[in-house]
Ligand binder design. Structure first.
Ligand code: C5P
Length: 405
């Protein structure tokens, strides 16, 4: 995202204040952001707010101070995307009918960039057939129009009309800016912990939050991939656009992964599968009594190793994760060979800024041919893109060797 340029167009609705948070998120992503405002938007939030957040001059007048000549043409042609947030009923109508009577509307009409419209208004306004017709016209032009959120509105009513959450708009921006280099590629991702029952109310699990696997699934969808996500229990919402299979135990995960592996080009096992499970799940809650009790554990199936063993039946690029607390590289290399993988993503979970539960990860990518790539500290979203880049390259190399079969 570091080389991308986005114009945020703020129009005159109460949700203009939420656009400040959107600009902050976009800047945090490394995107170069410029803000244009309508005159009415300036009544809700001052240009200074956006100037401080974007670090750039905000334009809100067509015939403003010196230096704005031709900016109305340049802004929409130099950038990759224009986001109109919030988009009022009036501004939507102007865009639909080609009215260009201020800086932002003129910029939109001259733009070659993609356009994302985030409507926000009173629910009756939103439901008005004329607004719906205007939105339909924008969609027909292949602009992206988000559905507004539902709930309490500033005017005191309830219904559709809320500006979508800035984080949701950010995800749409990422999707629109991403290269669609995984189009036509089917990817299976496993994520999260597994949960192995002891009795009806107790279980064994681990600290996996699922964040890494969900970041992989989200990034793969964004890049145009067809994604199946098999996940143990997590607190995360499944990313929109994935085919989602929630599972609990390692055995359920194994069954689900094997049922869905056919036709997958890339399989990434980011799940932290329990190595052992209680030998039996007791039918009734175990009662407190004895000073000590023991639990007999039996080995769970190693899903990744079975996928590796049977790779000839369903050829794919197989990627594993190795969470280690010692001898990171040697252990990762051993697992790569033992499980017949194409790549393993090794991370040191003894650090508290990487691995389980964190938003960042410090990984080493280990390949079959002995290559090791050390990545710097990255967010899990960035690690996801890196892992997908390498998996895609491995697939292309493999297709090249096998003559496309
Ligand atoms: O051997 P270890 O469990 O450390 O290997 C980690 C990798 O193997 C991860 O990719 C994990 O998803 C996978 N795995 C598996 N089934 C298991 C144990 C681990 O698929 N029972």
């Amino acid at each position: 995202m570091k080389t991308k340029k986005v114009v945020v167009g703020v129009t005159g609705g109460i949700a203009a204040y939420k656009a400040a948070e959107l600009v902050r998120l976009l800047v945090k992503e490394g995107i170069s952001v410029k803000v244009a405002m309508t005159q009415n938007a300036c009544r809700f939030v001052t240009p200074l707010t956006f100037e401080a957040l974007s670090g750039r001059r905000v334009i809100y007048e067509m015939f403003g101070p010196e230096g704005t000549v031709m900016e109305h043409i340049r802004w929409g042609q130099d950038s990759d995307l224009i986001v109109i947030a919030p988009a009022t009923a009036n501004f939507i109508a102007k865009m639909a009918h080609g009215i260009a009577d201020d800086f932002l509307s003129t910029c939109v009409i001259a733009a070659t960039a993609k356009i994302l419209v985030c409507p926000s208004m009173n629910d009756c306004m939103f439901k008005n057939p004329v607004v719906q017709e205007n939105l339909r016209m924008l969609r027909q032009r292949e602009w992206t129009v988000l559905e507004p959120g539902e709930g309490g509105l500033a005017c005191g009513t309830e219904g559709p009309g809320r500006l979508p959450e800035p984080a949701h708009i950010l995800e749409q921006v990422r999707t629109l800016l991403a290269a669609h280099d995984l189009a036509g590629i089917k990817i299976l991702v496993s994520a999260g912990p597994t949960l192995e029952p002891i009795d009806p109310v107790r279980y064994i699990t681990n600290r996996s939050s699922g964040k890494m696997g969900y970041a992989l699934a989200r990034a793969a969808v964004r890049r145009g991939g067809e994604v199946v996500l098999v996940s143990g229990p997590t607190a995360l919402a499944p990313p929109p656009g994935v085919v989602f299979f929630p599972v609990r135990t390692a055995e359920e995960m194994r069954r689900c992964v094997f049922e869905n592996r056919a036709g997958c080009d890339i399989v990434i096992k980011a799940a932290a599968v329990s190595d052992y499970r209680p030998k039996e799940c007791v039918g009734q809650k175990v009662k407190k009594g004895a000073e000590s009790i023991s639990l007999q554990l039996v080995k769970n199936p190693d899903i990744l190793a079975s996928l590796g063993e049977t790779k000839a039946q369903a050829p794919c690029i197989l990627v594993g994760f190795a969470a280690e607390t010692e001898d990171l590289l040697a252990n990762a290399q051993k697992k790569l060979r033992a499980k017949n993988l194409d790549m393993i993503v090794a991370n040191d979970v003894s650090r508290n800024d990487a691995g389980f539960e964190t938003d960042t990860n410090l990984v080493r990518l280990v390949f079959r041919d002995g290559r090791v790539e050390d990545a710097p500290m990255m967010t899990k979203d960035e690690v996801a893109d890196l892992v997908l880049d390498r998996a895609r390259e491995l697939r292309e190399a493999w297709l090249g060797r096998s003559g496309g079969h």
